[in-house]
Design a protein around this ligand. Structure first.
Ligand SMILES: Cc1cc2nc3c(=O)[nH]c(=O)nc-3n(C[C@H](O)[C@H](O)[C@H](O)COP(=O)(O)O)c2cc1C
Ligand code: SF4
Ligand code: SF4
Length: 393
């Protein structure tokens, strides 16, 4: 006998265990970061694709866990075409060299606001608004951050790339403190800070902790001089003199990203998103097992396209299956605890990642196998392993 409409209405609705658009707890990859629910820990870093709605929608479709917009500033319009030069070269194995200007790079406020308003109703993943202002003026930073938060940004990301913050921090530290204080007090969403290699790391992290900043993203591109051309040593890779400031992102940053991951793990409890030179699932896994709460991609995406997101997700899932690990969060915690054990300072071979190729036994530096009792942990095998299974601890 079919149930009457009244009976049907009295049946309690099935309990909603999770929001399938936002998180899928069963695959072990869902996580929380900076107070946001992420379906996985892969974040698309501020980059050309996150400067427009179609790129952010594509990131959602490609399976990313969250997106950070291209940085937005207080200015009202883009420079007239042709007045601000932009030059970009990709050198495989090194990364992307860029010459640009603040006004050419950073989105005007109205454009950033529009971007968030148009994209937020169309994607399921968190969209974090990135802010950059060319001075330490807290009023400017809060004006831009407030506008992005009001337009729907799920968190605010403070980009410090062009600010003069070389150590020692001294007076600039006071400027940073008042701008962090002002933004944290003014916006109703979490505020996170982007680190670069030119900062006094411990000093900036301390200011973040003291001002209520919720988390850290790293690494930004490095600021370097114009390099010599590989093909013609008499000339330079990019136009302009050797002193011309260039940004370098990509592969070259990877060892520093790992070193910062280790250092930040010791330095702070703020949640951290690691990036800089991460290209595949082994890079991602290494950063996550070394203590990062999420990872971010820029150069890999620009060079390899959206498929890189799925490839990394598949790699992370198969790692969890191979190791019979419950979730990445549990594994990260296990690794963190292992660091306080007698294994500190030792080279480790990660069993689920090792494909038994034998290279770390065949080397002639010693007669041990990486991570074995005989291994002296000199570190030589770390780069020899083709799949990133040998980790320095
Ligand atoms: C073309 C380009 C544009 C970028 N724009 C921004 C930006 O607007 N704001 C920001 O915080 N970082 C920006 N970045 C830095 C990236 O978000 C990332 O931190 C850096 O490239 C290192 O990561 P990767 O090695 O994966 O590229 C940009 C990088 C590139 C290559
Ligand atoms: S080199 Fe790497 S993959 Fe090969 S046996 Fe050693 S740890 Fe395993
Ligand atoms: S890390 Fe150094 S000591 Fe350990 S197996 Fe490799 S070469 Fe030998």
């Amino acid at each position: 006998m079919p149930a009457s409409a009244r009976e049907m209405a009295s049946v309690p609705a099935p309990r909603r265990i999770f929001d399938a658009r936002v998180c899928r707890p069963m695959d072990g990859l869902s996580t929380s970061l900076w107070g946001l629910s992420l379906r996985n820990p892969i974040i698309i870093a501020p980059s050309p694709p996150t400067a427009h709605a179609s790129g952010i929608i594509a990131a959602d479709r490609a399976g990313a866990g969250a997106v950070i917009t291209k940085s937005v500033g207080p200015h009202t319009e883009r420079p007239t075409p042709g007045t601000d030069r932009r030059q970009v070269r990709y050198v495989p194995g090194t990364g992307i060299w860029m010459q640009s200007t603040y006004r050419r790079e950073i989105l005007p406020l109205a454009e950033g606001r529009e971007l968030l308003l148009s994209v937020k109703p169309r994607v399921a993943i968190p969209v974090i608004g990135s802010v950059f202002c060319p001075s330490f003026d807290p009023v400017e930073w809060t004006r831009v951050a407030g506008a992005l938060a009001e337009a729907g940004a799920d968190a605010i990301h403070l980009d410090l790339f062009y600010l003069p913050l070389e150590p020692p921090l001294a007076a600039a530290g006071d400027g940073l403190r008042s701008l962090f204080n002002a933004v944290v007090a003014d916006v109703h969403v979490p505020v996170v800070v982007k680190l670069n290699i030119h900062l006094d790391l411990a000093g900036v992290v301390r200011i973040c902790e003291e001002t209520g900043v919720r988390g850290l993203a790293y690494l930004d591109s490095a600021r370097l001089g114009n390099p010599r051309s590989e093909h013609d040593p008499a000339s330079y890779l990019l136009p302009g003199p050797p002193s011309e400031m260039c940004g370098l992102a990509g592969e070259w940053l990877r060892p520093m990203t790992m070193a910062y991951t280790d250092r930040l793990q010791q330095l702070t409890h703020l949640e951290r998103c690691a990036g800089g030179g991460l290209f595949d699932s082994h890079d991602a896994l290494e950063a996550l097992l070394r203590g990062a709460h999420a990872i971010q991609l820029c150069t890999a995406l620009l060079v390899r396209g959206w498929g890189v997101v799925r490839e990394i997700l598949d790699g992370l899932k198969s790692y969890l299956i191979r190791t019979e690990g419950g979730s990445l969060t549990d594994l990260r915690e296990e690794c963190r605890l292992a660091r306080t054990s007698p294994l500190v300072g030792r080279v480790q071979r990660v069993p689920g990642v090792c494909v038994q190729c034998g290279r770390c036994e065949a080397q002639f530096m010693c007669r041990a196998r990486a991570g074995s009792a005989e291994c002296e942990s000199c570190g030589f095998c770390v780069e020899l392993c083709p799949v990133g299974a040998v980790l320095p601890r």
